[in-house]
Write a protein that binds this ligand. Structure first.
Ligand code: PGA
Length: 253
Protein backbone atom coordinates (compact mmCIF):
# COMPACT_ATOMS: atom_id res chain seq x y z
CA UNK A 1 0.00 0.00 0.00
CA UNK A 2 3.03 2.32 -0.37
CA UNK A 3 2.73 5.11 2.21
CA UNK A 4 -0.98 5.47 1.77
CA UNK A 5 -3.09 5.31 4.91
CA UNK A 6 -5.77 2.67 4.42
CA UNK A 7 -9.27 4.07 4.13
CA UNK A 8 -12.53 2.23 4.79
CA UNK A 9 -15.92 3.78 4.06
CA UNK A 10 -19.25 2.44 5.27
CA UNK A 11 -22.10 3.30 2.92
CA UNK A 12 -25.30 2.63 4.82
CA UNK A 13 -27.39 3.38 1.71
CA UNK A 14 -31.17 3.55 2.31
CA UNK A 15 -30.93 1.29 5.35
CA UNK A 16 -31.22 1.62 9.14
CA UNK A 17 -33.91 3.68 10.77
CA UNK A 18 -33.21 6.20 13.47
CA UNK A 19 -32.69 3.89 16.45
CA UNK A 20 -30.65 1.42 14.38
CA UNK A 21 -28.43 4.17 12.98
CA UNK A 22 -27.83 5.54 16.48
CA UNK A 23 -27.04 2.07 17.84
CA UNK A 24 -24.59 1.27 15.06
CA UNK A 25 -22.83 4.62 15.46
CA UNK A 26 -22.48 4.02 19.21
CA UNK A 27 -21.16 0.49 18.70
CA UNK A 28 -18.60 1.71 16.17
CA UNK A 29 -17.51 4.49 18.47
CA UNK A 30 -16.95 1.97 21.27
CA UNK A 31 -15.31 -0.80 19.28
CA UNK A 32 -13.25 0.80 16.47
CA UNK A 33 -10.20 1.51 18.56
CA UNK A 34 -7.84 1.29 15.59
CA UNK A 35 -9.47 4.08 13.70
CA UNK A 36 -6.37 6.26 14.01
CA UNK A 37 -4.35 3.82 11.89
CA UNK A 38 -7.09 3.43 9.32
CA UNK A 39 -9.19 6.31 8.07
CA UNK A 40 -12.88 5.53 8.54
CA UNK A 41 -15.99 7.32 7.28
CA UNK A 42 -19.60 6.23 7.69
CA UNK A 43 -22.39 7.51 5.48
CA UNK A 44 -25.86 7.35 7.02
CA UNK A 45 -29.08 8.36 5.28
CA UNK A 46 -29.77 12.13 5.24
CA UNK A 47 -32.34 12.30 8.07
CA UNK A 48 -29.88 10.86 10.59
CA UNK A 49 -26.68 12.61 9.51
CA UNK A 50 -26.78 15.23 12.20
CA UNK A 51 -27.48 12.75 15.01
CA UNK A 52 -24.90 10.21 13.86
CA UNK A 53 -22.36 13.04 13.59
CA UNK A 54 -23.21 14.06 17.17
CA UNK A 55 -22.69 10.50 18.40
CA UNK A 56 -19.32 10.25 16.62
CA UNK A 57 -18.13 13.75 17.51
CA UNK A 58 -14.62 13.72 18.97
CA UNK A 59 -13.96 10.18 17.68
CA UNK A 60 -11.71 9.35 14.73
CA UNK A 61 -14.71 8.23 12.68
CA UNK A 62 -15.81 10.77 10.09
CA UNK A 63 -19.30 11.20 8.71
CA UNK A 64 -20.08 11.51 5.04
CA UNK A 65 -23.12 12.18 2.87
CA UNK A 66 -24.18 9.67 0.21
CA UNK A 67 -25.31 12.45 -2.10
CA UNK A 68 -26.00 16.21 -2.38
CA UNK A 69 -26.92 18.75 -5.04
CA UNK A 70 -24.45 21.12 -6.66
CA UNK A 71 -26.34 24.40 -6.17
CA UNK A 72 -25.91 26.54 -3.05
CA UNK A 73 -29.61 27.08 -2.34
CA UNK A 74 -32.91 27.92 -3.99
CA UNK A 75 -35.74 26.24 -5.83
CA UNK A 76 -34.49 22.65 -6.04
CA UNK A 77 -37.26 20.63 -4.47
CA UNK A 78 -36.09 17.60 -2.59
CA UNK A 79 -32.39 18.40 -2.87
CA UNK A 80 -29.79 19.00 -0.17
CA UNK A 81 -26.87 21.41 -0.55
CA UNK A 82 -23.22 21.01 0.37
CA UNK A 83 -23.45 23.70 3.02
CA UNK A 84 -26.36 21.75 4.58
CA UNK A 85 -24.41 18.49 4.76
CA UNK A 86 -21.43 20.40 6.18
CA UNK A 87 -23.78 21.95 8.71
CA UNK A 88 -24.81 18.42 9.72
CA UNK A 89 -21.19 17.54 10.48
CA UNK A 90 -20.09 15.90 7.22
CA UNK A 91 -16.50 16.14 6.06
CA UNK A 92 -16.85 13.70 3.19
CA UNK A 93 -19.23 13.18 0.26
CA UNK A 94 -19.71 10.18 -1.98
CA UNK A 95 -20.06 10.85 -5.72
CA UNK A 96 -20.61 8.54 -8.68
CA UNK A 97 -21.85 5.48 -6.80
CA UNK A 98 -23.13 2.90 -9.25
CA UNK A 99 -26.65 3.09 -7.81
CA UNK A 100 -26.70 6.82 -8.55
CA UNK A 101 -25.25 6.27 -12.01
CA UNK A 102 -27.36 3.27 -13.04
CA UNK A 103 -30.53 3.37 -10.90
CA UNK A 104 -31.04 7.12 -10.51
CA UNK A 105 -29.45 7.90 -13.89
CA UNK A 106 -26.73 10.41 -13.02
CA UNK A 107 -24.55 11.32 -15.99
CA UNK A 108 -20.77 11.68 -16.07
CA UNK A 109 -21.33 15.42 -16.54
CA UNK A 110 -23.40 15.72 -13.34
CA UNK A 111 -20.92 13.55 -11.46
CA UNK A 112 -18.11 15.88 -12.55
CA UNK A 113 -20.13 18.94 -11.47
CA UNK A 114 -20.64 17.31 -8.08
CA UNK A 115 -16.92 16.52 -7.68
CA UNK A 116 -15.99 20.11 -8.51
CA UNK A 117 -18.68 21.57 -6.24
CA UNK A 118 -17.69 19.39 -3.28
CA UNK A 119 -13.99 20.18 -3.62
CA UNK A 120 -14.86 23.86 -4.01
CA UNK A 121 -16.76 23.62 -0.72
CA UNK A 122 -13.69 22.12 0.96
CA UNK A 123 -15.12 18.64 1.38
CA UNK A 124 -13.37 15.33 0.77
CA UNK A 125 -14.72 13.32 -2.13
CA UNK A 126 -14.97 9.58 -2.61
CA UNK A 127 -15.47 9.16 -6.36
CA UNK A 128 -16.83 5.72 -7.23
CA UNK A 129 -16.31 4.13 -10.63
CA UNK A 130 -16.64 0.66 -12.09
CA UNK A 131 -17.71 -1.45 -15.02
CA UNK A 132 -20.92 -3.43 -15.54
CA UNK A 133 -20.86 -7.16 -16.20
CA UNK A 134 -21.33 -6.91 -19.98
CA UNK A 135 -18.52 -4.36 -20.14
CA UNK A 136 -16.20 -6.69 -18.21
CA UNK A 137 -17.14 -9.60 -20.45
CA UNK A 138 -16.40 -7.46 -23.50
CA UNK A 139 -12.91 -6.76 -22.14
CA UNK A 140 -13.70 -3.09 -21.50
CA UNK A 141 -13.05 -2.91 -17.75
CA UNK A 142 -9.97 -0.70 -17.94
CA UNK A 143 -11.34 1.61 -20.63
CA UNK A 144 -14.63 2.11 -18.76
CA UNK A 145 -12.75 2.91 -15.56
CA UNK A 146 -10.35 5.25 -17.36
CA UNK A 147 -13.27 7.07 -18.95
CA UNK A 148 -15.10 7.49 -15.64
CA UNK A 149 -11.93 8.72 -13.93
CA UNK A 150 -11.13 11.25 -16.68
CA UNK A 151 -14.70 12.56 -16.95
CA UNK A 152 -15.26 12.56 -13.19
CA UNK A 153 -12.06 14.47 -12.46
CA UNK A 154 -12.24 16.93 -15.38
CA UNK A 155 -11.16 20.34 -14.11
CA UNK A 156 -9.86 19.02 -10.77
CA UNK A 157 -6.42 20.49 -10.07
CA UNK A 158 -3.47 18.37 -8.96
CA UNK A 159 -3.39 20.06 -5.55
CA UNK A 160 -7.06 19.17 -5.02
CA UNK A 161 -6.31 15.47 -5.48
CA UNK A 162 -5.22 15.21 -1.84
CA UNK A 163 -8.94 15.44 -1.03
CA UNK A 164 -10.01 12.80 -3.54
CA UNK A 165 -10.29 9.06 -2.92
CA UNK A 166 -11.30 6.74 -5.74
CA UNK A 167 -13.46 3.69 -5.16
CA UNK A 168 -13.33 0.89 -7.72
CA UNK A 169 -16.64 -0.93 -7.50
CA UNK A 170 -17.39 -3.41 -10.27
CA UNK A 171 -21.16 -3.05 -10.62
CA UNK A 172 -21.69 -6.82 -10.86
CA UNK A 173 -20.06 -7.28 -7.45
CA UNK A 174 -22.14 -4.75 -5.50
CA UNK A 175 -24.58 -6.41 -3.15
CA UNK A 176 -24.44 -9.67 -5.12
CA UNK A 177 -22.12 -11.72 -2.95
CA UNK A 178 -19.76 -11.99 -5.95
CA UNK A 179 -16.41 -10.42 -5.21
CA UNK A 180 -13.73 -9.65 -7.76
CA UNK A 181 -10.75 -11.92 -7.23
CA UNK A 182 -7.89 -10.16 -5.52
CA UNK A 183 -5.90 -10.47 -8.76
CA UNK A 184 -8.68 -9.00 -10.94
CA UNK A 185 -9.23 -6.17 -8.48
CA UNK A 186 -5.49 -5.46 -8.28
CA UNK A 187 -5.26 -5.32 -12.10
CA UNK A 188 -8.12 -2.84 -12.25
CA UNK A 189 -6.65 -0.71 -9.44
CA UNK A 190 -3.24 -0.60 -11.11
CA UNK A 191 -4.82 0.50 -14.39
CA UNK A 192 -6.81 3.19 -12.54
CA UNK A 193 -3.63 4.44 -10.86
CA UNK A 194 -1.98 4.63 -14.29
CA UNK A 195 -4.88 6.76 -15.51
CA UNK A 196 -4.39 9.10 -12.56
CA UNK A 197 -0.66 9.24 -13.39
CA UNK A 198 -1.45 10.18 -16.99
CA UNK A 199 -3.60 13.06 -15.71
CA UNK A 200 -1.57 14.33 -12.75
CA UNK A 201 1.85 12.62 -12.79
CA UNK A 202 3.25 9.73 -10.78
CA UNK A 203 3.54 11.52 -7.42
CA UNK A 204 -0.16 12.32 -7.28
CA UNK A 205 -1.00 8.83 -8.54
CA UNK A 206 1.16 7.24 -5.84
CA UNK A 207 -0.63 9.28 -3.18
CA UNK A 208 -4.23 8.72 -4.18
CA UNK A 209 -6.14 6.06 -2.25
CA UNK A 210 -8.19 3.59 -4.29
CA UNK A 211 -10.77 1.65 -2.29
CA UNK A 212 -12.28 -1.62 -3.48
CA UNK A 213 -16.03 -2.07 -3.18
CA UNK A 214 -18.36 -4.92 -4.04
CA UNK A 215 -19.35 -7.66 -1.57
CA UNK A 216 -16.31 -6.97 0.58
CA UNK A 217 -16.61 -8.74 3.93
CA UNK A 218 -14.35 -9.71 6.85
CA UNK A 219 -13.53 -13.06 5.19
CA UNK A 220 -12.19 -11.59 1.94
CA UNK A 221 -11.04 -8.13 3.03
CA UNK A 222 -7.55 -9.14 4.08
CA UNK A 223 -6.63 -10.70 0.76
CA UNK A 224 -8.07 -7.77 -1.17
CA UNK A 225 -6.41 -5.14 1.01
CA UNK A 226 -3.03 -6.87 0.84
CA UNK A 227 -2.81 -6.10 -2.88
CA UNK A 228 -0.31 -3.32 -3.60
CA UNK A 229 -2.82 -0.93 -5.21
CA UNK A 230 -5.85 -1.59 -2.98
CA UNK A 231 -5.97 0.94 -0.15
CA UNK A 232 -9.04 -0.13 1.78
CA UNK A 233 -12.67 -0.57 0.88
CA UNK A 234 -16.05 0.99 0.32
CA UNK A 235 -18.47 -1.25 2.14
CA UNK A 236 -22.23 -1.61 1.74
CA UNK A 237 -23.96 -4.65 3.27
CA UNK A 238 -21.14 -5.49 5.69
CA UNK A 239 -21.12 -1.88 6.96
CA UNK A 240 -24.53 -2.39 8.59
CA UNK A 241 -23.25 -4.62 11.38
CA UNK A 242 -20.62 -3.32 13.80
CA UNK A 243 -18.87 -6.68 14.09
CA UNK A 244 -18.50 -7.07 10.30
CA UNK A 245 -17.40 -3.50 9.73
CA UNK A 246 -14.89 -3.78 12.55
CA UNK A 247 -13.53 -6.97 10.98
CA UNK A 248 -13.04 -5.16 7.70
CA UNK A 249 -11.38 -2.15 9.35
CA UNK A 250 -9.02 -4.53 11.17
CA UNK A 251 -8.20 -6.23 7.87
CA UNK A 252 -7.02 -2.86 6.58
CA UNK A 253 -4.41 -2.50 9.32
P1 PGA B 1 -21.74 -4.07 -1.01
O1 PGA B 1 -21.87 -2.56 -1.53
O2 PGA B 1 -20.59 -4.09 -0.04
O3 PGA B 1 -23.07 -4.37 -0.36
O4 PGA B 1 -21.48 -4.92 -2.21
C1 PGA B 1 -20.74 -1.82 -1.82
C2 PGA B 1 -21.12 -0.43 -2.25
O5 PGA B 1 -22.15 -0.27 -2.90
O6 PGA B 1 -20.42 0.55 -1.96
Amino acid sequence: MANRKPYVGGNWKMNLHRGEAHALARQLRQTLTMADKVEVTVMPAFPYLIEVAEILKGSAIKVGAQDFYTQANGAFTGEVSLSMVKDCGCQVVLVGHSERRHVIGESDALINEKVLAALGAGLEVILAIGEKLDQREAGKTDSINAGQVCLGLAGVKAEQMAKVTLAYEPVWAIGTGKTATAADAQNAHLAIRKTVASLYGQTVADGVRIQYGGSCKPSNAKELFSQPDIDGGLIGGAALKAVDFKGIVEAAL
